[in-house]
Design a binder for this molecule. Structure first.
Ligand code: ATP
Length: 262
């Protein structure tokens, strides 16, 4: 059953960290990502591992937040749950204002949930080597039922917004690492998902290129009202976030970031 949106009254009391970090954001905004008491247990009995023990998160449309934490703290598990790649054990999760999980999946077709609501950016761009740059990006809207022409038009528009429009006909192998990552970002955004999950997107890049990727993610978040979670260990980009979630031993702690911007 779909939960009604939370009323203002039911929101947590206003505190330094309880509100959204995006400038101009209000608590009236429907969160793009809402997670309450999310848990994930791997295995059973003596071998059970409680990777998530009650995670809470609220991220507004257009907001970019960092997710940080030591190795084994549960970052990948959380991202996989949010991406509907693995099933949480308990708790509540809504994406783009729709209840996705509430003690069990609330949406039968997880593939369409992922396709319509979530974009993924990984450490490596994972572009398809035998498709040109445009078709790498156009593939997802084509799979979503758009005509080839419309899908390519959307792809080119985004590639231009990401300053790789001039490489639209190139093969991925002909692009630099930073250009390939921008194509991967275009691919993550092309279906206009309300949520983008980025797993260490800047790890292989030098300082300037890493900050450029963060700048692009911020610009895209603002332009398309996308909520973006960036899992990172990258000290170069951590000071750019206005708001961070630190995950420790399967629990999240919200922190104000330095918010220096990219
Ligand atoms: N498939 C699995 N089966 C059993 N335990 C798992 C599985 N995947 C992860 N774990 C355990 O769950 C806990 C959280 O792992 P997770 O991969 O989410 O951490 P992480 O924060 O992403 O770590 P890293 O930064 O090293 O990638 C760890 O104790 C890990 O050993």
């Amino acid at each position: 059953m779909e939960r009604p949106p939370r009323s203002l009254r039911s929101l947590p009391p206003e505190g330094v960290l309880s509100g959204f970090g995006r400038p101009g954001a209000t608590e009236l905004d429907m969160p793009a990502i809402e997670v309450r008491g999310l848990s994930k247990r791997y295995g059973e009995g003596d071998a059970a591992v409680d990777a998530l023990k009650g995670v809470d998160m609220r991220i507004a449309p257009g907001e970019v937040v960092g997710l940080i934490g030591p190795s084994g703290s549960g970052k990948s598990t959380l991202l996989k749950c949010l991406g509907a790649v693995i099933e949480p054990t308990g708790g509540y999760m809504a994406l783009g204002g729709r209840t996705a999980f509430d003690g069990g999946w609330k949406i039968r077709d997880l593939r369409s949930l992922r396709r319509d609501n979530i974009g993924f950016v990984f450490q490596a761009p994972y572009l398809i080597p035998f498709l040109d740059v445009t078709d790498n990006v156009a593939l997802l809207p084509m799979l979503a039922g758009k005509s080839n022409r419309e899908a390519r038009r959307q792809a080119v528009e985004l590639l231009e917004a990401l300053d790789v429009g001039h490489r639209a006909k190139a093969a991925p192998s002909e692009l630099s690492g930073g250009e390939q990552q921008r194509v991967a970002i275009a691919r993550a955004l092309v279906n206009r998902p309300p949520v983008v999950l980025a797993d260490e997107p800047t790890a292989p890049l030098d300082s300037e290129r890493a900050l450029n990727v963060v700048r692009i993610l911020n610009r895209m978040a603002e332009q398309y009202r996308t909520a973006i979670i960036v899992v990172t260990h990258d000290e170069k980009i951590i000071p750019t976030f206005r708001r961070l979630y630190r995950i420790r031993d399967g629990r999240t702690f919200e922190e104000a970031g330095e918010g220096r911007g990219p």
